[in-house]
Design a protein. Sequence first.
Length: 364
Amino acid sequence: MYQSLQSGRAIAAILVLLFHLGGVIALEKYFGIQEFAIPFSFGNSGVEFFFVLSGFIIYHVHKYDLGKPSRLGAYVYKRITRVYPVYLIVFVGVYGLASLSPQLRDTLPHELGLIIKSLLLIPQNKDLVGGTGAPVLAVAWTLQFEMMFYLAFSLGIINRRAGFFLIGGYILGFIFVRGELGFPFSFIFSEYVLLFLMGMLVAWLVSHKSITKINPRVFALSGLLVYLLTAFGAIVDSDISQALGTVLYGIGFSFIVLAMIRYEIDGKILLKNRFFQLLGSASYALYLIHFPLISILCKASMFVGLKNYGLLGALVAYCFIFITCIAVAIAFHIIIEKPIAERFRKLIMKPNKSIQRPAKTTAD
């Protein structure tokens, strides 16, 4: 992984954390101070960064696997072991804790079919299951898109031409079908899928020497301009639609990712200090655990009476929860996530395995 992109992961995860933290602090059942939700009302854009980055990484790492079915096994193994083990641990933990609370127990899915779909990250109609379409872990809706993208890319590994046809089919569906049909087509042809394609385009551009003739500052300034204007629109609650905002964030981040890579090739690394590199590695853990942790700690804040101190109490809770989420995520990464990843990596590196050993790479 490029060190700058690792730092980008850290920043994106922090943005999502601040977005949710401000929104929860602002709820009437907690501190009810609406101003906490405003400063980082654009923080959900961290999700768009992760989607663009994911498209970049998958194409950058596996572009030479396209059209080579023999490499499908290693690709699938790597993707599954990257996403599911940590997700399942957090899912089971949150489900178990919520089951112990009379207030939260009724919000959990109890039908076996819904639980299995949630565990396997199968897309669900949010109009039927409520919330984001991901019961238990609300943020898991993004992983549903992630897994669909992985599945689509695997088709390109099986047959390169089929992969290109699939991209063409999505673009046509996005233009002509999106919004006309309900679920699952609204999910399949979502604007979020477009972000993965943007990331793949960035990875394709990076591999062409002609891109090195353009000053990376052009990409950086262009990306920042698009991003900041879109973020400002979110802060002032402009009339920009959610879909258009998502696409604009994706365009901005595509330029920013391209700029970061170009700068790093030239020896200039964004936030290469150990903390941001570590937090970038722990960004997946932070993303999964931060929302349940915010909920637990906000309830604890009510229990100890911080609400009685008004704005001061809210600020104390805000800072404490922010720091705690980051500390817990880093600890979770070091103690649980990293050893699990190492274990699965050693399994695939053992000789005489039916799954082909993937080529060594520093991109993931």
